[in-house]
Design a protein around this ligand. Sequence first.
Ligand SMILES: Cc1cc2nc3c(=O)[nH]c(=O)nc-3n(C[C@H](O)[C@H](O)[C@H](O)COP(=O)(O)OP(=O)(O)OC[C@H]3O[C@@H](n4cnc5c(N)ncnc54)[C@H](O)[C@@H]3O)c2cc1C
Length: 447
Amino acid sequence: MKKADVVIIGGSAAGPVAGISCRRRYPEKGVVLIRKEEQVLVPCGIPYIFGTVGTPEKNLIPDALLDKNGIELVKGEAVDIDREKKSVSLAGGDAVSYEKLILATGSLPVVLPIPGLDKENAFTVEKDVAYLRHVLDVINGARDIVVIGGGFIGVEFADECKKNRNCNVTIVEILPHCLQLALDEEFCAEAENVLTERGIKLLVNKRVEAVLGDNKVSGVRLSGGEELKADVVIVGVGATPNTELAKKAGFQIGPTRAIQVDRYMQTITDADVFACGDCAEKFSFFSGRVSRLMLASIACTEARIAGVNLFNKRYATPGAIGVFSTVIGERAFGCAGLTEVMAKREGFDVVIGESTAADRHPGSIPGAAATKVKLVFSRDDGLLLGGGVSGGTGVGELVNVISACIQSHMTAYDIVLFQMGTQPCLTASPIAYQLVNAAELAVKAMR
Ligand SMILES: Cc1cc2nc3c(=O)[nH]c(=O)nc-3n(C[C@H](O)[C@H](O)[C@H](O)COP(=O)(O)OP(=O)(O)OC[C@H]3O[C@@H](n4cnc5c(N)ncnc54)[C@H](O)[C@@H]3O)c2cc1C
């Protein structure tokens, strides 16, 4: 039997980061990472295989990352964990023993109970190179593509499928708006306008009731009976924790069906086993209640915590804030923490501060984009609860700044004094800096 100080199961976002963090903290420890894929995809890059990037092979996490950090890669499926003997068995009969184990087995696509989804050319979003190569081949020959789900994954898929292809793309979303689970309504409406301008058809408040066709997809039937022609159906509705292996080994599973862990990412079942990423239970930064957020960014933070805590507890998670961003054509949208709707639902009395300005100064600088920042504060103490942004590509980092402010428990009064750096070709003007102006307007509204 192979022996290792640390064994990690999972090779996507969380697994390698946990390994790297462990090796940085404990360079004397030997780390073995077990993953079942031959090649591992950048999970968030999957929609871009169908347009911008072009092939699954251009969307891979390089194995050199493991090599460079002294992590031994074992390709194979872990099929059993013997917690008494502290060993992991692989399909094919090999086994690896461990002193500490990290479970980073991730998630699997949600399979909706829609009749006909088993037909040829109906796809979920599998993180698998060969599967996605086949999906790409089918999409390249498609005329009518229906995407079920208008969340980030569905919207990114739809936009990429439409890019440089002469085909019809329709998103069917059950809620009144696309992106509604992550953004406030005004941002959703703006995103929907951009999608429509780019030739994507949106059907909201509609449910796909059946996928039609003999063996192959030929269409979908919607709630209300309307039928749409389709030669490809893509289900982009989210993921569920992959915990079969953990369940089999007797690990406690939480209310979101993920592995139960404490703030140190240590499983509550076994002190020598940690879990991180999509397979691990999360709690909200704001309420402390369980959270269904599943993001690569959260997975990597948890992995850093798990990797470092293996032999000496150092880090504890403050809970998941949830930071999303996406881009449709030239227009980006993002949110950190609670939207206005979520904050009200959580029971906060909120004050909103909003500011729109160009992200360059003067606004005549080529490439400048009007950027809107909406900040959500608690009225009582001015605490920042969340922020939504729409604008140019700077949105990705702007929501990260908002997340840093939330994590640091900053109030509107702190953000008014935020010390930013500005430069005409790179940022908004210091006079019109949206984050600060939005906070100042919220302070005014609080008085
Ligand atoms: C299309 C799409 C777009 C996304 N975009 C974003 C984005 O823009 N930003 C963002 O933050 N998040 C995004 N996400 C979410 C993000 O991809 C996940 O949160 C992230 O992949 C979680 O990482 P993970 O390592 O926990 O799990 P996974 O990525 O699911 O990886 C799990 C790993 O474990 C391996 N494994 C599982 N079981 C076994 C076993 N028994 N033996 C061996 N190996 C095993 C798998 O093969 C895989 O390598 C997106 C997801 C999708 C599907």
